[in-house]
Design a protein around this ligand. Structure first.
Ligand code: ZN
Length: 274
């Protein structure tokens, strides 16, 4: 396997708190600095959520714009905005950052338990998101938390709402949904469209580290960062997002997979020319 591996860093997310992870970046300035350090450590894609000053999640376009400008002033990392937002947000609210034309955005492919809460994505919502992303030249990352979500993505493809090359985000080990297990991952991967790219997100400390190896073994890409996991090892918090990226980069290199840099990602996923 010689194809370059993409490391995505999800530096903040919507749910992680400063209380649980003191190094969590919250303001646009902190997010941009954390993204820069992740980029230096080998990340090629930034998965971007933003927060209000009090730490609560927001989909406010002005805050996204500020964060994007600050990231752009520091490095050329590919920016993927969330449209998952946070639990309880309306679809209209969640979709807002797409109007800023980031190169990529997440597109959740179905409804799912999310701990004691749930995420709602009906096919009509997914169609609306896919159309908006196409209109703004944004490459969707098709986030699948369940095998049914992969099949839902096939419906959108059949309806002509998605363009190749496809990029999937497989999100495993969310409490209340599918666990991260190698045989389960293998099943997901087999059901993706031929030639699709995919990035694996193992949620929680153990699954996050295991998933790095699973992704490499099956030809996928890696995601790390405080959105998915706050630990470096059992009981030891990661010092920074960059520390998690550094380890992922080291493992990928040891497996003979060179790291994709942002311009490689732009080519691999045929992102919109700026
Ligand atoms: Zn996210």
């Amino acid at each position: 396997m010689s194809e370059k591996v993409i490391i995505t860093c999800a530096v903040t997310g919507a749910e992680t708190t400063r209380e649980s992870q003191p190094a969590l970046p919250i303001t646009p300035e902190e997010i941009a600095q954390s993204a820069f350090e992740a980029w230096e450590a080998g990340a090629a894609v930034l998965h971007l959520h933003v927060r209000n000053d009090d730490g609560s999640p927001t989909q406010d376009v002005a805050v996204f714009r500020k964060a994007i400008e600050l990231v752009r002033s520091r490095c050329d990392i590919v920016i993927e905005c969330t449209t998952g937002g946070a639990v309880g947000m309306t679809p209209e609210e969640r979709l807002q950052p797409v109007t800023l034309k980031p190169e990529m955005a997440s597109l959740d492919c179905g409804t799912v338990n999310f701990g004691d809460d749930y995420i709602v994505n009906t096919l009509p919502i997914m169609r609306e998101f896919a159309k908006s992303m196409r209109a703004h030249g944004v490459r969707p990352t098709l986030e699948c938390f369940d095998l049914g979500h992969v099949y839902a993505s096939h419906i959108l493809i059949k309806e002509g709402l998605l363009d190749e090359p496809y990029h999937y985000g497989l999100v495993l080990n969310v409490p209340g949904s599918v666990r991260y297990e190698v045989d389960v991952l293998e099943m997901f991967v087999r059901k993706l469209p031929k030639g699709a790219h995919w990035t694996l997100m193992g949620i929680g400390g153990k699954a996050n580290l295991d998933a790095i190896y699973g992704a490499l073994a099956l030809g996928g890409n890696i995601r790390v960062g405080f959105e998915d996991n706050i630990y470096y090892s059992r009981g030891r918090l990661a010092k920074s997002n960059a520390e998690l990226v550094e380890r992922a980069a080291r493992i990928a290199k040891d497996c003979g997979r060179p790291l994709a840099r942002p311009d490689d990602v732009r080519e691999m996923l045929n992102l919109r020319k700026a």
